[in-house]
Design a binder for this molecule. Structure first.
Ligand code: MN
Length: 310
């Protein structure tokens, strides 16, 4: 559902309430100052000054208020970027698919993408085993929780793009955005087939590019968006399905990195820091530069930095 968020000074809220006095709703959400409904949208004003316009045509109402202070303007231009693929609030508590990836900013290791289908009745148990935004979990915690998720028989699909393939794609001009798009798309397709005849309430992708760009990449490979696909940034903080997907993707990445350490006999750091340059230099010294095509994202600056170290 389209929405616009404005942050308004407190005195404006009084004005707003007066303006919508004939359309005020009797029930209001927690922390809200008031709520009103017009033919264009529902307006919810929070005591913080944030006002949410949500519905068919939120801008028709928001435009009346958005040009108050510069702060209001800024909030408004940011909210304008909130697209029509933003999920409805109700999706987060319903049975839906979430997808997320790992390994994109790491010189070493694959890109992994996971999609997971969490049903509404499983949300409580997942929270109980510690599922939350994977950015707040250590790699050991992630490995542990991932095992429990698998034991719960949560349906999921996992794609792992090894570095040889990644470098091939990169060298024929594909951006990471295009690679991620196809991996997410494929992970979702596989999962949809797996859970049949179940039909999820929606599919939420942790947003890494604008939905238009995602669709452009799909078209370039003669694919089209599945039904009821939504995009939002930081989706893992709102959706347990995306949180599960992010844990599964990350744990697969962590596993691949451990395997790489066994294979090379070296400590392989994650990320793209100077420690990574030093590890890359060791790989080149022991196995030759071409080895990096199998274990790393060859085009990253780390490769050149590693060569300078030698
Ligand atoms: Mn993500």
């Amino acid at each position: 559902m389209p929405q616009v968020v404005l942050t308004l000074p407190k005195y404006k809220l009084t004005e707003l309430k007066e303006h919508y006095r004939t359309s005020l709703k009797s029930s209001i959400p927690a922390h809200a100052a008031f709520s009103a409904k017009t033919s264009n949208c529902t307006i919810t004003a929070y005591t913080s000054g944030k006002v949410l316009f949500q519905g068919r045509n939120p801008e028709a109402e928001a435009d009346k208020w958005g040009d108050g202070t510069s702060r209001g303007k800024k909030e408004k231009s940011q909210s304008r970027r909130q697209h029509s693929f933003h999920p409805p609030e109700s999706l987060f508590t319903s049975s839906h698919i979430g997808s997320d990836e790992a390994g994109t900013g790491d010189f070493f290791g694959p890109i992994t993408v996971a999609a997971a289908y969490v049903q509404d009745h499983q949300i409580g148990q997942l929270k109980a085993i510690g599922v939350k935004d994977s950015k707040h979990l250590s790699d050991n915690q992630i490995t542990h929780i991932a095992k429990q998720i698998v034991q719960m028989n949560i349906p999921y699909s996992l794609m792992r793009l090894n570095n040889t393939k990644y470098n091939e794609w990169q060298e024929k001009g594909w951006t990471q955005g295009k690679m991620k798009t196809l991996l997410h798309h494929q992970a979702i397709d596989k999962l949809l087939a797996k859970i049949e005849p179940h039909r999820p309430e929606g599919i939420l992708i942790d947003q890494f590019s604008q939905p238009e760009v995602y669709q452009k990449h799909l078209r370039s490979e003669k694919k089209r968006l599945q039904d009821k696909v939504y995009f939002m940034t930081k989706a893992e903080s709102y959706s347990l399905s995306v949180a599960v997907a992010s844990i599964l993707a990350r744990s697969s990445f962590v596993k691949a990195m451990k395997q790489m350490e066994l294979d090379t006999g070296l400590t392989i750091p994650k990320g793209a820091s100077p420690a990574v340059d030093r590890a890359a230099a060791k790989v080149i010294k022991l196995y030759g530069e071409d080895k990096l095509r199998e274990v790393a994202k060859f085009h990253f600056a780390n490769r050149e930095k590693a060569k300078k170290l030698l």
